[in-house]
Design a protein. Structure first.
Length: 253
C-alpha cells in the first residue's frame, strides 16, 4: 500500500501539531478479547524554521496484559515543545489500571495516575479511582458504545506566583465512548468525559476526544486526534478552554 504510506508520512510531517498529554484512556484500550500481551508505541513530531523555530515531540507507550477475566493496562507519555529556544510545553503522564470483566457487558476497574504539566502550573497530580463499565453496543456490533461511572480521589500541587497551592478532593468520573468502523481500514471514535467535584459540582472538568485511525498495514496506523478540554475553575491565569489537534504514527505489537 505505497499510497497509504506516502499519505501518512505527509500528514505526520506536513501538519503543525499541537500535542497534549494523553488523558483519554478509552482510546488506549485493546478492543480484542485475546489473552496475552499487546502493546502500542505512538510518536508525533513537528518542526518549523525560518522566522520562528519550533520543535514539538510527543511519545507514548502502552502495554496491555489479559488473562481470561483479568486485565492490566499501563500507559506512559511525555511531550515537549520549544519555540525560538524557549520551552513552551513540558508534561508527563503515567497510568496503571486493573479491569475485572464480569461478563461481555459489565466490568469493574480500579486505577492510579500521575500527571504534571509545567505550563498549566500543575506541579503534580496523583489520583486513585475506581468505577464500573457497561457495554451497551448492539448485538451485531455495527458500532461499540460503552458507558462508565465511577469516582477518584486526587491530590494536586500547583506552582503559582504567590507560592504553592495544595488541594485534595473527590471527583465523579463519567464517560461515554463510541467506536465505529468507516471502512476496511478506517476507524472513527469519540469519547466524552464529565468530572464534577463532589463537594462543589459547579467545579467540573469536561473533555472530548475525537479520533480517526487509518491502518497502513497490520502493525502501523496513522491517527488524527482532535481534543477539547474545559475546566470551569482554572487556577490563576490558565485558560478555562483548551483545543488541540495532532497527527501521529502508531505501531502495535
Amino acid at each position: 500500500m505505497p499510497y497509504k504510506f506516502i499519505f501518512a508520512t505527509a500528514m505526520l510531517f506536513g501538519v503543525i501539531v499541537d500535542c497534549h498529554a494523553i488523558t483519554n484512556i478509552e482510546s488506549k484500550r485493546t478492543r480484542e478479547e485475546v489473552n496475552g500481551v499487546k502493546g502500542e508505541v505512538e510518536f508525533a513530531f513537528s518542526g518549523k524554521s525560518g522566522n520562528s523555530d519550533e520543535q514539538s515531540t510527543e511519545a507514548s507507550f502502552r502495554l496491555d496484559y489479559r488473562q481470561q477475566q483479568r486485565q492490566m493496562l499501563g500507559i506512559l507519555s511525555y511531550e515537549r515543545e520549544k519555540t525560538n529556544d524557549v520551552e513552551t510545553t513540558d508534561n508527563a503522564f503515567a497510568h496503571l489500571r486493573y479491569i475485572h470483566h464480569r461478563s461481555d457487558v459489565f466490568a469493574w476497574e480500579g486505577y492510579t495516575q500521575y500527571q504534571q504539566d509545567a505550563f498549566k502550573s500543575l506541579d503534580s497530580r496523583l489520583l486513585l479511582g475506581a468505577g464500573a463499565r457497561l457495554n451497551v453496543s448492539p448485538q451485531d456490533e455495527s458500532y461499540l458504545l460503552t458507558l462508565g461511572l465511577g469516582a477518584y480521589y486526587t491530590e494536586e500541587t500547583y506552582d503559582l506566583e504567590g507560592g504553592s497551592l495544595h488541594e485534595n478532593y473527590v471527583r465523579a468520573n463519567t464517560y461515554a465512548s463510541f467506536v465505529k468502523s468507516l471502512g476496511e481500514n478506517i476507524t472513527f471514535s469519540n469519547t466524552l468525559y464529565w468530572q464534577p467535584r463532589f463537594s462543589r459540582p459547579s467545579d467540573s472538568y469536561i473533555y472530548n476526544n475525537l479520533e480517526f485511525k487509518m491502518a497502513i498495514n497490520t502493525a502501523l496506523s496513522l491517527k488524527i486526534t482532535i481534543e477539547s478540554q474545559y475546566d470551569s475553575d482554572p487556577v490563576e491565569d490558565v485558560s478555562s478552554t483548551d483545543h488541540s489537534y495532532y497527527t501521529s504514527l502508531v505501531y502495535e505489537f
